[in-house]
Design a protein around this ligand. Structure first.
Ligand SMILES: Nc1ncnc2c1ncn2[C@@H]1O[C@H](COP(=O)(O)OP(=O)(O)OP(=O)(O)O)[C@@H](O)[C@H]1O
Ligand SMILES: [Mg+2]
Length: 267
């Protein structure tokens, strides 16, 4: 198995807020496919709110942002080589940092200047992407599953060029039935095909608490496994990899490490 190990230090805090308004037409990804976000809502998120919510990948002066740049490069190299555009992020257990790794990796990829990214909150039981970006969605994947919203209505532009979010909003208990439903399968297919040159990142639930990850991974091209330093045991990591089955695992990200060195191991 190839390994990408990113180490991030501990420190966190949430700071939700809201402002959702329509965005005038915006063109992104010059020189590649051009997307027009005329129908996409925009949220105005103050940069310090992102920072305090630990979305730091947009700040080039932050050493943690550089860690995400290395991770981004490794992930993009592998995905581009295979012509893949869908990536799922999971972890063995709850609270390992899946959502923050997904959010920071998405921001970092979008900052590359050449890459459009869609970050999808596929943790239906515990959606949190909107909280990390600090807004209340008007419309979410839950409305799509209820049949009351289409793809375009759910998308939100968080003010970071080339990044679009597809948020969740409320907790649903039968999430594994939902994730295995034709609706979700079709949604992933639609996102993959409709936005072909966009990387679509799915923030998933943990692998070991239900069969959701097992059910969902066959829909995507590849995955990353976040490991919580000092908490996840080798046995948990092995079991999570077993649950992930044959889905190509690009590597692991070691999160909440106490090491201060900027270390990435790959191989
Ligand atoms: N590198 C880090 N340093 C310090 N705290 C972190 C780090 N990464 C995540 N956290 C904190 O750990 C908690 C869980 O993070 P996050 O929501 O990203 O994890 P998760 O795996 O998505 O959790 P869940 O299983 O609840 O969805 C949050 O309080 C977050 O602020
Ligand atoms: Mg999460």
């Amino acid at each position: 198995m190839k390994k990408i190990v990113a180490q991030g230090k501990k420190e966190m805090g949430l700071n939700p807020g809201s402002v959702v308004r329509p965005l005038a037409a915006e063109l992104v990804s010059p020189g590649r496919a051009v997307y027009e976000y005329s129908a996409t809502k925009s949220v105005a998120i103050p940069p310090d709110r992102l920072q305090s919510n630990r979305i730091i990948a947009q700040d080039n002066g932050d050493y943690r942002a550089r860690n995400f740049q290395v991770l981004r490069t490794k992930v993009l190299q592998q995905m581009r080589k295979k012509n893949w555009n869908t990536l799922a992020i999971t972890a063995p257990t709850e609270g390992a940092g899946k959502s923050l790794v997904a959010a920071n990796l998405a921001v970092s990829m979008a900052m590359e200047g050449n890459q459009s990214v869609l970050l999808v909150d596929m943790d239906l039981r515990k959606p949190s992407i909107h909280r990390y970006f600090g807004f209340e969605p008007e419309c979410s994947i839950h409305d799509y599953l209820d049949g009351t919203a289409g793809v375009a209505e759910m998308l939100v532009h968080p003010g970071i060029p080339r990044l679009v979010l597809l948020p969740g909003r409320r907790n649903i208990l039968n999430s594994s039935e939902q994730l295995s439903s034709p609706l979700v399968r079709n949604l992933v297919k639609e996102l993959k095909v409709r936005y072909e040159s966009r990387i679509v990142i799915f923030d998933l639930p943990p692998a070991l608490i239900s069969d959701e990850v097992m059910v969902f991974l066959p829909y995507v091209d590849c995955s990353l496994l976040v490991i919580e330093s000092g908490k996840n045991t080798p046995r948990e990591v092995e079991k999570a990899i077993e649950v992930m089955g044959n889905s190509p695992l690009l590597g692991t990200v070691l999160n909440k490490s106490d090491h201060t060195r900027r270390t990435f191991n790959y191989g």
